[in-house]
Ligand binder design. Structure first.
Ligand SMILES: Cc1cc2nc3c(=O)[nH]c(=O)nc-3n(C[C@H](O)[C@H](O)[C@H](O)COP(=O)(O)O)c2cc1C
Length: 167
């Protein structure tokens, strides 16, 4: 194991270190002129209760985020463990990612993907510059716990897993 210092930043080592923080997986969706767009994101966080805010961090290289931003609304779809294929599809770019995926429009118009654990439907509240990503803050307009009994899809150390044990 190597040590990184501020003067000698190694991005691969950094990713390996912070990849030990286990997250769930979401699909950030939006509706662009009637067309569903979306991308896989682990950077979702619940931010504030009053007002109800959440955040997600789109990369500046994302081709979907500018289209979602333009719509002014997005939906965070929290994936179940049996939705790994949806995650993989949504982690691609420049393809018809929604082919074969069942969805409906939520309150804001953003797509709610069927079979997820929960969704959070938002208006874009504000966006902050953050290096090669932005921090997109969403004001919650609607949410639902759709299937609280199903297992979440987990992401850890560049791999996927299933939650299995309560301590
Ligand atoms: C588990 C997982 C988590 C990801 N998290 C993020 C994220 O938080 N932010 C982001 O911009 N991309 C994230 N990505 C990468 C995007 O999903 C990927 O770059 C996608 O192709 C972007 O699609 P787009 O060009 O249509 O926006 C993640 C991918 C995976 C597989």
């Amino acid at each position: 194991m190597t040590e990184s210092t501020a003067t000698e930043f190694n991005s691969a080592d950094f990713r390996q270190a912070v990849g030990n923080f286990c997250t769930g997986v979401t699909i950030v969706t939006g509706l662009d002129d009637g067309a569903p767009v979306g991308f896989a994101a682990q950077s979702f966080v619940s931010l504030s209760l009053d007002p109800p805010l959440i955040a997600v961090c789109p990369a500046k290289s994302s081709t979907s985020w500018p289209r979602i931003r333009a719509a002014g609304a997005f939906c965070i779809n929290i994936l179940a463990a049996d939705q790994l294929s949806i995650c993989r599809a949504m982690a691609q770019t420049s393809v018809d990612k929604f082919a074969g995926i069942d969805w409906r429009s939520g309150l804001t118009g953003a797509p709610i993907i069927s079979g997820g654990l929960a969704y959070v439907d938002c208006h874009l509240y504000e966006e902050h510059e953050a290096g090669d990503h932005t921090i997109a803050v969403g004001e919650v307009k609607d949410f639902s716990l759709v299937n609280g009994d199903a297992s979440p899809l987990l992401y850890l150390r560049s791999g996927f897993g299933v939650y299995g044990e309560t301590l």
